[in-house]
Design a binder for this molecule. Sequence first.
Ligand code: ZN
Length: 280
Amino acid sequence: MMTTAILSILALLSIGGGIGWVRGKKQKRRAYLLAKPLPDEWQEIIGMDFIRYRGLPEELRRSLDGNIQVLMAEKYFEPCGGLEEVSLRMKLLICAQAGLLLIRLKQHGFYRKLKSILVYPGAFQDSGRRRFGLHEEEADSTMLGESWSTGSVILSWESILAGARNADDGMNVVIHEFAHQLDQVDGAANGVPILQQPSAYRRWAKVFLRNYDELVGEVESGEGRRSLIDPYGATNPAEFFAVASETFYEEARQLKMKQPDLYNELEGFYGVDPANWERV
Ligand SMILES: [Zn+2]
């Protein structure tokens, strides 16, 4: 009896040690990738299409380069809808845009719930599976992107490329879906990601609700078209956070001017001030 108990304790200790060892190995690998310069070929591929990449301050670009390498190494990419393969260019443009959100974000775990990124050539039909996450629909019921709290993001190559090439039109499907991933990390997609300070939640809720209600009011009175934030954000608070994140990165100056309280919250959360980045 005694021996069994001791053996169980030893087994538990060895499992614990194993997990610790795996975690340590992962951290070491990440530290190595974060410090390693991005290969020239990768920089060229990204710079060709991702306009924002070229104009980033040097220090931030180095941080982005590290994020790109970690995401490239850790996420699984799956071609869908007749796409033969997810090419290096496709992977890099996804990781570069997704990595932008992590540049100064703390304790993000590199989208820790996310395992697979599924890529369709163009807009795709709703997968019809039981959805735990959120989805984006166009008027004709085809999809541009989906984010699942169960570990996947679905994107269309068309939207990935359009998002990279147009850095100031307020629309970026990769930013949108990965903002959902940040929101979903704590289990609930509710427009409230994990904030640094417990005291920050009250102000976040106040500012976000005020801006969300304003957008809902504009959409209901038929003035949604005039709002800076896409009317799709009026769907629910989770969509509002994802759409506001797109506006924050793509129309930073206008957002800072028109809705400074919302801009401040997003600046505090993401830790960057894109209104001061070079115009692209
Ligand atoms: Zn969404």
